[in-house]
Design a binder for this molecule. Structure first.
Ligand code: ADP
Ligand code: MG
Length: 399
């Protein structure tokens, strides 16, 4: 079931109109309020530029950080407004309130070719409660609604869901559409062989994703600390590795059900502690010393995972293979990213989901060498779990 997008609207529906656009400008800021990574702003540009081209006046809503329903200067969108101006080359009007007469007047005054950015929606008490009065007030700021905030689509807030109940058409932006096409395409109609790679710290956070993917994939490769909970299910010693004791029975049951489709790392990079990374060495998985912990997959695993990736046509990756923040335990994660980049060049569809995985790919400079790197950490995970995203559900269906 496809959602209507900005491209599906007729000229009569858009020209000269105020497009109320919800984006995800939730960028990281340093202590001086400087933007340290503007990926999310860049990701929304295609939609904003298309709206400008089509003669609309975009009125932009976003959240930033976690202010508790009242203004907090450190979460102001002011720096984002300046960056947006640099990136678009268009004038960006910024209004320091969102639910106000001033915001309404600014939306009416906004000229063709200009953008209007309103202050952080989470400065408003009703935002996270999806307050109906606030939803109606926001809806009055536009003539139609565009949701391009995939990263916030798993939250039913006033600016993502409530507003769409009062403002039609309500359509997906181009980023939203790209996210749904890649993630949804992999789940419903992947080119085979379809390989999933899952890592990260906890099996408990990924269990629903494993359940959802298992019947669909040709292979599921496991990395990260998650592997250690499976090792324990196999009766192996895991030393000081991170293990979720209460999930061992579940891991056992999953192993039995998955059979040969699920692959665990054959070897491990272990060390006495992260501080003693210099003492790291590779051991087979059945020889993890009692006083050491697994912090990454080992070299044999890297080689066999790289081969599996090279042979797949669709590869979905979520969760680092090791403690990639601390070299040399970034080796497994980097190797997977490299192998995926090579597979992309050979025509495979490669998709990366999850905040830390996306950060690792971007650190390795391989972002552009993947078919798609999701901008929505939590949202992409919920989507892969098979949950419905309220911010998507509420949008108009394509006919
Ligand atoms: P994502 O954000 O991509 O979904 P997660 O949040 O699930 O990924 O997991 C990322 C975290 O997992 C990282 O902080 C990483 O250090 C940690 N991690 C990965 N492997 C291990 C390991 N063997 N031991 C401890 N932590 C690990
Ligand atoms: Mg994470």
């Amino acid at each position: 079931m496809r959602k209507k997008t900005v491209r599906d609207l007729s000229d009569a529906q858009v020209k000269g109109k105020r497009a109320l656009v919800r984006v995800d400008f939730n960028v990281p800021l340093d202590d001086d309020g400087q933007i340290t990574d503007d990926t999310r702003i860049r990701a929304a540009l295609p939609t904003l530029e298309l709206l400008l081209e089509r003669g609309c006046r975009p009125v932009i809503l976003s959240h930033l950080g976690r202010p508790k329903g009242k203004p907090e200067p450190k979460y102001s969108l002011q720096p984002v407004s300046r960056r947006l101006e640099e990136l678009t080359g268009a004038r960006v009007n910024f209004v320091e309130s969102t639910d106000s007469d001033e915001a309404m007047q600014a939306s009416l005054d906004c000229k063709h070719g200009e953008l209007l950015l309103l202050e952080n929606t989470r400065f408003l008490g009703g935002e996270e409660k999806n307050d109906p009065r606030l939803a109606r007030a926001l809806a009055a700021l536009g003539d139609f609604f565009v949701n391009d905030a995939f990263g916030a689509a798993h939250r039913a807030h006033a600016s993502t869901v409530g507003v769409a109940e009062h403002l039609r058409p309500a359509v997906a932006g181009l980023l939203m559409q790209t996210e749904l096409d890649y993630l949804g395409g992999a789940l419903s109609n992947p080119k085979k062989p379809f390989l999933a790679i899952l890592g990260g710290a906890k099996i408990s956070g990924k269990i629903d994703v494993i359940e959802q993917l298992l019947p669909k994939v040709d292979g599921l490769l496991i990395g990260g600390a998650m592997a250690c909970t499976f090792y324990r299910a196999m009766g192996l010693e895991t030393g000081k590795s991170l293990v979720e004791e209460d999930r061992i029975p579940m891991a056992k049951e999953l192993l039995a059900r998955a059979g040969a489709r699920l692959t665990l790392p054959h070897d491990a990079m272990v060390a006495p502690s992260l501080e003693r990374a210099r003492d790291a060495n590779a051991v087979p998985r059945n020889a993890i010393p009692k006083d050491q912990a697994m912090f990454d997959i080992g070299p044999q695993t890297i080689a066999s995972y790289a081969r599996a990736i090279a042979n797949a046509k669709t590869i979905m990756w979520n969760g680092p293979m090791g403690v990639f923040e601390t070299p040399p335990f970034d080796a497994g994660t980097r190797a997977v990213a490299d192998a995926m980049a090579k597979a992309t060049a050979k025509g495979a569809t490669t998709i990366v989901g999850g905040g830390d995985s996306a950060a690792a790919v971007s650190e390795a400079g391989l972002e552009k060498k993947m078919s798609h790197v999701s901008t929505g950490g939590g949202a992409s995970l919920e989507f892969l779990e098979g949950k419905k995203l309220p911010g998507v559900e509420v949008l108009d269906e394509a006919v």
